[in-house]
Design a binder for this molecule. Structure first.
Ligand code: GCW
Length: 681
């Protein structure tokens, strides 16, 4: 008996110390006492105080003053910070100031006097979670919000604990909104039971400054409301949404609003009734307006028409500019197609001058190795945010076009499709946590460098809880090489998946492995890779110049000319905009075919190098995370081999050229690759 008891104890204590990654980047240790001066008290301020007490690494017994008072230099939930004082217009601003102060301490930076204002008013996670608990494009377990079964709507203590941890993690990086369900919205979302649960979630998120939003199905009035139609101009439909919206606000007074995917990939929308997208968005916006709610109306639209898919969103939305209510924000994916490993920015940014426009980024790695590949997305987002649209002269970056610096938008926002699930470590891959972190940090400050973001994240996540742990040795042997690996990881992945502007050459619908050949009979052309790579014996690439789809014309000069001219088109976008002969001379002097081969091979070699980098980190990382990352990198490099072999051997059938001799030979046969299904875990 005693032995069993001892075993249980051992198991419990082992379990308690096993590192499962659940704490994310919030790991302060060796904290010191601190004296707090704050005359007010509220749920949010109490959280702020509690965070300071449990995370203070400054001078022992120092005194810190928290003051809520109006200050013109401070905007929204921004704050004024100094070593011993945090001042803000709002209580949430105080909380953000506390997290910033603690982050400085925990990462070993000095706390400089400064005002910090958010780049975007709304910094929102989009959860593609379904009511049955599954997650579309989720790779880290089931939903933290929804589940199926008898207990689906019971709000348990475990639920509350998890939602609190989730809220805290978000607030610590400035995220202040969560869309709780999939844009492919279920009709159940507006049921009384579901709204009851939303109310419970909202109650937990509220003190952390986070608003809840819902994705709604446009056809709800006819599908669940008993109406004959869902025509946005039908007064009964308007009335239905008005009543429903009131019901929601009765339950959740600070409800954020609706996210809508309409007339896109089979979803219903205003066009089903001969109305415009603006008619649809405005009808919902009017219902929300009395309560201060907003509509995020997605521009992810394309149909099986003959027009180049990359052009369709702009063709449809640009003529509607100026027709949307000021509480509508057009939510545009970063690129014109669909979260590909690399895309140029969507030409809608900066072009819709009379509408609120917000970027949608994808944190979940649908097209970037899911929860297996180590890919730090911050560099990709930085490249996007800093892209110059030239819409109002040089320097009209996407960041400035969307954050209110250039256009006087009533609302500014940015969304990221979440990578969060019930997995103990939330995101599947330990390094995928860095993408959640980076989204929040860039949403708060869209000028941050990825280098800084990576640096912070590594220190907080692997640094043993505080600045005292950052010896020079640790910095040079752990932090620097790991940060370098993170900063290179996106380019490396692009290299072994889709270099030089190639895009959408995945096998089947799971978007994981390579399938440049994938085109089952009867499948819509624009859902198959050959539509995108256009490889033939003459060359490869999608001609989007005047001789092709002329998508280049959607960009503002000088970009339009720059992209159209093969000489000035950046090589990272070459095959996005041009169909070129295999023997085309690249800037390196190599032929296009050879260059393609070198890119694929470099990607593979670099992942192998990452494996070695990580293997040398054993002494700096707990066993669990060390081994988990090691095993995932092993799989990533096996996958990179498959990507390289599949793409080169397949395209070689058209190029009819040898793979340069100094490149490692493919190890697979093409006919095996054609039938191979790459596993995602
Ligand atoms: O990227 C594609 C995904 C779909 C997704 C869609 C969208 C939610 O493959 O799974 O649906 O985009 O963004 O609406």
């Amino acid at each position: 008996m005693r032995i069993i008891a001892r075993f249980i104890l051992l198991f419990v204590s082992l379990h308690a110390t096993a590192e499962n990654g659940h704490q994310l980047w919030l790991r302060a240790k060796n904290v010191r006492p601190v004296q707090l001066v704050c005359t007010r008290s509220s749920e949010t301020l109490n959280l702020a105080k509690e965070e300071l007490r449990s995370g203070w690494l400054g001078e022992a017994n120092a005194s810190v003053t928290l003051t809520v008072k109006p200050d013109k230099a401070v905007k929204g939930d921004g704050f004024r910070l100094s070593k011993n004082e945090i001042q803000a217009n709002t209580e949430t601003g105080i909380l953000y100031g506390v997290y910033e102060l603690l982050r400085c301490q925990q990462t070993g930076q000095s706390v400089d006097e400064k005002v910090s204002n958010p780049s975007y008013e709304r910094r929102i996670l989009n959860h593609w979670d379904n009511p049955d608990g599954t997650i579309e494009r989720g790779y880290a377990g089931l939903s933290i919000f929804w589940r199926k079964g008898d207990e689906a709507f019971a709000v348990t203590e475990a639920d509350k604990r998890l939602w609190t941890e989730y809220a805290r993690a978000n607030a610590s990086v400035g995220i202040n909104g969560a869309v709780l369900n999939n844009v492919n919205a279920s009709l159940d979302v507006l049921s009384a039971k579901t709204l009851g649960r939303v109310k419970a979630i909202a109650a937990i998120l509220r003190p952390y400054g986070i608003k809840t939003y819902l994705s709604v199905k446009f056809s709800s009035p006819s599908m669940i409301g008993g109406l004959k139609s869902s025509d946005p101009l039908d007064p009964k439909v308007v009335q239905w949404w008005t009543t429903k919206t009131k019901e929601i606000y009765r339950l959740i007074p600070d409800f954020g609003g609706f996210l809508v995917k309409a007339n896109s990939e089979g979803q219903p929308g205003p066009q089903d009734y001969g109305r415009t997208r603006a008619d649809g968005a405005n009808m919902l916006a009017d219902a929300l307006n009395p309560f201060g709610g907003i509509v995020m109306w997605r521009a992810f639209v394309y149909s099986a028409s003959e027009e180049d898919r990359a052009k369709q969103a702009t063709t449809e939305f640009l003529p509607l500019d100026g027709q949307f209510r000021d509480n509508v924000i057009i939510q545009v994916k970063n690129g014109p197609i669909d979260f590909q490993p690399r895309e140029p920015f969507s030409p809608l940014f900066g072009a819709m001058k009379k509408s609120n426009v917000m970027p949608e980024l994808q944190i979940t790695q649908e097209y970037l190795g899911q929860s297996v590949h180590l890919v730090f997305l911050s560099t990709m987002w930085e490249e996007f945010l800093q892209s110059d649209t030239y819409q109002e002269g040089a320097g009209s970056t996407v960041a400035r076009c969307t954050d209110g610096s250039i256009f006087r938008s009533k609302h500014t926002a940015i969304a990221g499709v979440a990578n969060i699930g019930l997995d103990a470590n939330w995101c599947g891959h330990p390094f995928a946590q860095a993408n959640w972190y980076a989204f929040g940090r860039l949403a708060w400050n869209n000028m941050l460098s990825s280098k800084q973001v990576a640096d912070e994240w590594i220190r907080l996540t692997f640094g043993n809880g505080g600045s005292s742990a950052y010896s020079e040795e640790w910095v040079s042997n752990f932090l620097n090489p790991v940060r370098q690996m993170m900063l290179e990881s996106h380019e490396v992945t692009v290299n072994y998946m889709m270099p030089l502007g190639l895009h959408h050459i995945f096998a089947a619908n799971e978007h994981y492995g390579p399938g440049p050949w994938w085109a089952p009979q009867g499948t819509r052309k624009d859902w198959t890779p050959p539509y995108y790579h256009q490889a033939d014996t003459l060359g490869i690439g999608f001609d989007r110049t005047l001789t092709g789809s002329n998508a280049v014309s959607q960009y503002h000069e000088p970009l339009s000319t720059q992209y159209a001219d093969v000489k000035s088109c950046p090589e990272i976008y070459l095959l996005w905009f041009h169909h070129l002969p295999w023997e085309y001379r690249m800037k390196s002097g190599k032929s296009l075919w050879d260059e393609l081969c070198y890119h694929y091979d470099a990607g593979l070699q670099d992942v192998r190098r990452f494996e070695k980098v990580w293997s040398s980190m054993q002494t700096y990382v707990d066993k669990e995370r060390f081994e988990q990352v090691q095993s995932k990198l092993r799989e990533q490099s096996a996958n990179a081999q498959i990507w390289k072999d599949a793409c080169l051997l397949y395209f070689q059938q058209f190029s009819r050229r040898p793979i340069p001799n100094d490149i490692e030979r493919p190890v697979y046969e093409l006919d095996k690759l054609l039938i191979m299904k790459m596993q995602t875990n």
